[in-house]
Design a protein around this ligand. Structure first.
Ligand code: SAM
Ligand code: DTB
Ligand code: SF4
Length: 322
């Protein structure tokens, strides 16, 4: 399968479709082999998330609890205080996280006080000995360079879904806008964290398109979060059909085969999965999770239950898996 794993625009969409159409256990078996060639199968990278500015976002992402267009249970809150963020990062470190990811409900980064404050947060969190990640919406080249200078390790910016399905999910930001931000991040020398969401009414073809787009990024992303939609009351996707566990396993296995060196994160939606379903995802090559009680605005499994699962599986939380 080495031809599938080259970050080349030669990778055919049909090859990805064929991969996704394979019998699940064949796919998992091959993905597990690829995984073991490139990663230590007993190690799991653990990131913790914090929302540093919540809600009142002008974008219309149909899945999001923080868009100002929908009435959701999420309460908006202004930019967090640096002291509070550093305290939360310290707690994350003590809980065993190795990366701290800060998210802001912004359309894009704007120069000014709030951005200066994010730069200080990055400096302080990095100073604690944690890897740093932020997700702030779109950003330009100069803003990316300033984040790098402040000590940023990863920038998260997702493609969310395949290009054909994208217009049904977001109208206020284009697919090309996303690709441009990813390029700005890459050029600044920041590692790219880029993935998508399953369970938004997309077809198998749309999933193939998403994986294809991720795999032809050159270089491929270092980190690939695969989220399962957390259906939030009040959003257009509130009534979306829940994702079957096998779909998550299938996409993770395909992602592992297509992006052998990436760290693949079993991201949002873990709380709705069984331990068995999550375990198959780890076997299929997922080697990262979000830890801590909350994602950005929705719940995540309790740290004690994650610790119990890791112990059952003989998985160790690590500082760096790559
Ligand atoms: N506002 C910034 C942006 O959109 O680029 C950063 C924060 S945004 C919440 C980060 C990512 O989280 C989104 O791109 C999306 O992929 C994911 N996400 C948001 N809400 C979600 C949900 N309800 N279920 C699953 N993933 C979600
Ligand atoms: C990503 O791919 N998943 C995280 C992170 N990047 C920022 C966000 C998940 C958000 C889930 C819904 C919420 O908690 O608001
Ligand atoms: Fe805003 Fe990000 Fe939510 Fe879209 S995903 S509405 S950009 S916070």
């Amino acid at each position: 399968m080495t031809t599938l794993s080259q970050p080349s625009s030669d990778l055919a969409l049909e090859a990805v479709q064929e991969l996704l159409a394979r019998p699940l256990l064949d796919l998992v078996y091959e993905a597990a082999q690829v995984h073991r060639t490139h990663h230590r199968p007993d190690e799991l990278q653990c990131s913790e998330l914090l929302s540093i500015k919540t809600g009142a976002c002008p974008e219309d992402c149909a899945y999001c609890s923080q868009s100002s267009r929908y009435t959701t249970p999420v309460e908006r809150s202004p930019m967090a205080e640096i002291r509070e963020v550093v305290q939360r990062a310290q707690e994350a470190l003590e809980r065993g996280a190795d990366r701290f990811c800060m998210g802001a409900a912004w359309r894009q980064v704007k120069d000014g006080e709030a951005f200066e404050s994010v730069l200080n947060m990055v400096r302080e969190v990095k100073g604690l000995g944690l890897e740093t990640c932020v997700t702030l919406g779109m950003l330009d080249g100069e803003q990316a360079r300033r984040l790098k200078e402040a000590g940023l390790d990863y920038y998260n910016h997702n493609l969310d879904t395949g290009p054909s399905h994208y217009d049904k999910i977001v109208s206020t930001r284009s697919y090309d806008d996303r690709l441009q931000t990813l390029e700005n991040v890459r050029e600044a020398g920041i590692s790219v964290c880029c993935g998508g969401i399953l369970g938004m009414g997309e077809s198998e073809f749309d999933r193939a398109e998403l994986l294809h787009q991720l795999a032809i990024l050159d270089p491929q992303p270092e980190s690939v979060p695969i989220n399962s939609l957390v259906a939030v009351e009040g959003t257009p996707l509130a009534q979306a059909e829940p994702l079957d566990w096998s779909e998550m396993v299938r996409v993770i296995a395909a992602a592992r085969i297509l992006m052998p060196r990436a760290v693949i994160r079993l991201s949002a939606g873990r709380k709705e999965m069984t331990e068995e379903g999550q375990s198959l995802c780890f076997l299929a090559g997922a080697n990262s999770i979000f830890v801590g009680d909350e994602l950005l605005t929705t719940p995540n499994p309790a740290p004690q239950s994650d610790a119990a699962l890791l112990s059952k599986l003989g998985l160790k939380a690590v500082r760096e898996t790559r």
